[in-house]
Design a protein around this ligand. Structure first.
Ligand code: FES
Length: 198
């Protein structure tokens, strides 16, 4: 009398089916475990809201600047006068300490022309508006020049009193120990008067 092992199946078609079925079941099981993990890793709306900030600029007049906070950092937004724009545009790259645009909306290495300093995420330059991370690139102080009456430095932009760094009307370092231009954060105008940072 012969006994048969139920785990051994001599029918090749049935054996293949069991094999494929067990692989598929394992794959589905793995996917079921992975999905909640992937889902957890997707930022929800509240996280996205924290990573971007929309600012209504309708009350900002020509020549004024405001300071807002984005991701814990100060951001300066200045509505530049025609004279400030002209001064920034007329400055040759050879006069700059740092000729890198430092603009998160452009490829790294872009030149620090005034046009490049005011280019937003959609590739448009907005000469009237300058958007900058307000952190001195020397040792991280917050430069003056945003509130009215504050010292704007020798180049009419911002002045960092900590060690005497002067930035021009495009936020480019012109004098003092700071090694880099003030950074331009990711930004884009979502309407004529509302800018989204981040
Ligand atoms: S931190 Fe601004 S000049 Fe030193």
């Amino acid at each position: 009398m012969t006994t048969s092992d139920p785990t051994q199946n001599s029918d090749p078609n049935r054996r293949d089916f069991i094999h494929i079925f067990s692989i598929a079941a394992t794959a589905v099981g793995s996917a079921a475990v992975v999905w909640p993990l992937v889902h957890q890793m997707n930022p929800d709306a509240s996280v996205l809201a924290l990573s971007t900030k929309e600012v209504d600029l309708s009350a900002v007049e020509v020549g004024q600047a405001i300071k807002v906070f984005w991701q814990g950092k100060p951001v300066f937004i200045r509505k530049r006068t025609p004279a400030e724009i002209e001064a920034a545009e007329a400055t040759p790259l050879s006069a700059l300490v740092d000729d890198n645009a430092r603009n998160a909306n452009l490829q790294s290495g872009a030149e620090a022309s005034d046009n490049a300093r005011t280019t937003s995420a959609d590739g448009k330059a907005t000469p009237e508006w300058l958007v900058l991370v307000g952190v001195c690139t020397h040792l991280g102080c917050i430069p003056l020049g945003t509130s009215s009456g504050e010292n704007k430095g020798d180049y009419g932009g911002w002045f960092c009193p900590c060690h005497g760094s002067h930035y021009d009307t495009a936020g480019r370092i012109r004098k003092g120990p700071a090694p880099e231009n003030l950074a331009v954060p990711p930004f884009e105008f979502v309407s004529d008067t509302v800018v989204r940072i981040g």
